[in-house]
Design a protein around this ligand. Structure first.
Ligand SMILES: [Zn+2]
Length: 83
């Protein structure tokens, strides 16, 4: 099922499907999400389907509400005060 536009709306370049890692954040949490998106071969613009955007919003909401039990932890993030 391919729902990406074939031409980049920004530059008119050819759009191909590619797996990329998007960094999403909500509140103090961050998630790295591997997702297949459309990428313009000319300018590198990433094009998302409405389903992908919806999924991102769901993940960001879960991050925000600390509802991360379904996510695989990769490590911890730390804030370090200046010294
Ligand atoms: Zn482009």
């Amino acid at each position: 099922m391919r729902t990406y536009v074939r031409k980049c709306p920004t530059c008119g370049g050819e759009v191909i499907e590619k797996q990329v890692t998007e960094v999403l954040s909500g509140g103090v949490n961050t998630a790295f999400v591997k997702v297949t998106v459309g990428v313009c071969q000319h300018c590198g613009e990433r094009l998302y389907t409405p389903d992908t955007v919806k999924k991102f919003e769901e993940i960001e909401a879960k991050l925000y509400h600390q509802d991360t039990s379904a996510f695989k932890p990769l490590g911890k993030s730390f804030q370090v005060s200046a010294f």
